[in-house]
Ligand binder design. Sequence first.
Ligand code: COA
Length: 327
Amino acid sequence: MRNRWIKVLGTGSSVPDRVLTNGDLERMVDTSDEWITTRTGIKERRIAEPQETTATFALRASQRALQEAGIAPEDLDLIVVATVTPDMLFPATACLVQKELGAKKACGFDLEAGCTGFVYALAVAEKYLLAGGGEKALVVGAETLSKIVDWQDRATCVLFGDGAGAVVLGVADEPGILATYLGCDGNGGSLLELPAGCSRFPASFDTVNNRLHYIKMSGNEVFKFAVRVMEEASLEVARRAGISTQEVDLFIPHQANIRIINSAAKRLEIPEERIFVNVHKYGNTSSASIPLALDEAYREGRIREGDLLLLVGFGAGLTWGSAIIRW
Ligand code: COA
């Protein structure tokens, strides 16, 4: 029997104040509230101001999670920020957060695994602490996708939003994270990509003129992948944790599209009242989506001590990941 576990000690989140509704989008591109609502379940999303960056929301979410956990920043050993929209390629956003928090003894790095980033970061931090790397970790998922969305492309601009969520992890002698499962398949990489700005297509007038600094996505293909992998990843992590998905008290899936969430829940035989959904308020916030949902679920009283949570995500890479947590 194990006697060293990793528990979630506190959660926090932060979103921009500015709300962009489907009605606002109707005035920007050829779309309708009816199309967006029926195809995605999204009604509105939050959009950062020009001076607000990913670190802005990562920092606020982190401060709330630390406060909730009752942990001082100086006690952190590790900071991982999952993001596809870092403030800059370097320094890492984790270092910007580390500085603002004053987390003097923590090491920090960013982790990029598309919208699965938070689940990847959670698993990496759990393994780091289990292996003896320290006692406390801060895991953040934070994005300002509005800065990499092509506001002329109706197929993608209606889907995404900004925000951040964070958790503080700590070593415990009773169960917390029961199991994690991560996977990737680079064969599907071109289905969801941001082509330019790095070593393949360094920034140039051409990359700007060809709009290559924005998200490109084959929506339909990603949809089919998502439905399949959400089920597979959930079943595999449940198997590793030694539970069945019917025992899950709260299912917290990546919030990309209500149809993907419902079809995964149906396949997993998880009833509606055990699914947490906030995609209507925030759209797809990529790495921020699961920790933002987790924090809202906790603050709304949807999670009680001892509950079994199933987190599952998918995204660019292609990547997928899942975790079972005993709260
Ligand atoms: N408003 C109105 N019409 C739109 C539109 C919009 N915002 N975006 C696309 N359309 C049109 C398309 O041009 C297409 O028109 P056509 O048939 O004349 O060519 C039509 O709607 C249907 O497009 P399609 O892509 O087949 O729709 P869909 O049912 O697959 O829904 C998505 C599109 C993007 C909502 C859906 O594929 C999806 O959610 N995919 C997964 C995306 C995702 O989760 N990505 C993030 C991964 S982390």
